[in-house]
Ligand binder design. Structure first.
Ligand SMILES: [Zn+2]
Length: 382
């Protein structure tokens, strides 16, 4: 008895990066589901900051669920999954610890400075947009792809950036999975995408949703979504929708690799894909929304005024009031210095390492009111 040849599921593609100065060339493994070019398209990656692990586990657990859906013919659109999207960062072992946030050679933050496609795309689409929003979306996506094909990619890092942007730029949904030092689930997302993305916030159980149109650092999620509202502003006579729902999903703490949470996150991501019609299937009732969205420039970054040991006085996920002592910095040789909340909101992130130097960010509070100190490049310091 012969069996029909099984199509590979998922389809696996390898992108080989130019070799670094020393050592072998590194590879990005891309897993593909559904029909290339089918809509909606979803792109999910984890480990851009390579020392943030929960997203990798979530995607590891999502892949067999998608493979099952594919074998049952339930992938309506196209799905691209990259569980280890930054093999460069993942190779950066320094004195016994993985250092995956910054490139060790050049010092650049892997999730800052992504290309802003708006100018180049605007040049390419000028005079070509019309009354039909769908047609405009197709023209803009094509122009983004053309522009990306001209991007430099001679070095390992530029090739990495080029590869990930090329995979993601034309997706309807881009989920870039991160984590914070010690944190509750939270999202960073473009203001024009809210409240449309509330279903994602509900599914993943976000305790904070930080909104910003232009954060100043051009992270990956914004490089995918930002050009749409930038182009809408440049071409006000024509309909240009926010055609890419792109977000940074912070799945708790960097080192929180937990079997139960991994499965829960994978189920949440799959539910989102079903709700959005990327995968056909059933979902349960939409979970409760656990927080209001707040502006990124209302997010207090608590900084240590002096160096010392950190004693937190507030638990992760607790509401704090303006003027409340959130932490104390203890000089082992002397004084204790309080660190105060300057806004009301939820403390959604803390620093895992309990020693801070002067100016070190030791916590984040999602406040509703913009803070004067944060207007401008709200994502910095990185
Ligand atoms: Zn990150």
């Amino acid at each position: 008895m012969t069996h029909p040849m099984q199509a590979q599921n998922p389809r696996r593609e390898t992108i080989t990066l130019p070799p670094p100065m020393s050592g072998p060339a590194r590879e990005i493994i891309v897993l593909r589901f559904g029909t290339p070019g089918a809509r909606p398209k979803a792109y999910l990656q984890a480990g851009l900051h390579a020392d943030e692990f929960p997203g990798m586990l979530a995607l590891h657990d999502l892949v067999p669920r998608l493979a099952e859906a594919e074998s049952e013919g339930r992938i309506a659109g196209e799905i691209v999954v990259v569980p280890i999207c930054n093999p460069v960062g993942l190779s950066q072992e320094v004195h016994g610890a993985l250092r995956g946030r910054y490139e060790t050679a050049g010092g650049e933050n892997f999730n800052r400075g992504w290309p802003d496609l708006a100018d180049g795309v605007a040049e390419r689409v000028a005079g070509r947009l019309g009354e039909d929003a769908d047609a405009n979306v197709a023209i803009i996506r094509q122009a983004m792809g053309d522009l990306l094909s001209t991007m430099p990619r001679e070095t390992e890092i530029t090739a990495l950036r080029h590869a990930l942007m090329t995979l993601a730029h034309d997706a309807d949904y881009v989920l870039d999975l991160h984590a914070d030092s010690e944190a509750e689930v939270h999202l960073y997302i473009g203001t024009p995408l809210w409240p449309d993305a509330a279903d994602l916030a509900r599914e993943v159980g976000a305790r904070a949703v930080l909104l910003e149109e232009v954060s100043g650092g051009n992270p990956f999620d914004e490089a995918c979504s930002g050009p749409w509202w930038s182009l809408a502003r440049r071409f006000p006579a024509y309909p240009v929708p926010a055609a890419c729902l792109s977000t940074t999903v912070e799945l708790r703490s960097n080192n929180q690799v937990d079997e139960t949470l991994g499965r829960k996150d994978a189920a949440a991501l799959l539910s989102f894909l079903v709700r959005r019609g990327v995968v056909q299937g059933e979902t349960g009732p939409l979970p409760e929304l656990l927080c209001d969205a707040t502006p990124l420039d209302g997010m207090q970054q608590l900084t240590a005024p002096v160096a010392g040991l950190i004693l937190y006085r507030v638990k992760l996920g607790e509401q704090v009031r303006e003027g409340q002592v959130v932490a104390e910095i203890v000089d082992p040789l002397g004084a204790t210095t309080p660190v105060l909340a300057v806004t009301n909101g939820v403390l959604f992130a803390r620093l895992e390492q309990r020693f801070a130097w002067e100016g070190r960010i030791i916590g984040k509070i999602a406040g509703a009111d913009p803070l004067a100190s944060r207007v401008g490049t709200t994502l910095l310091p990185a």
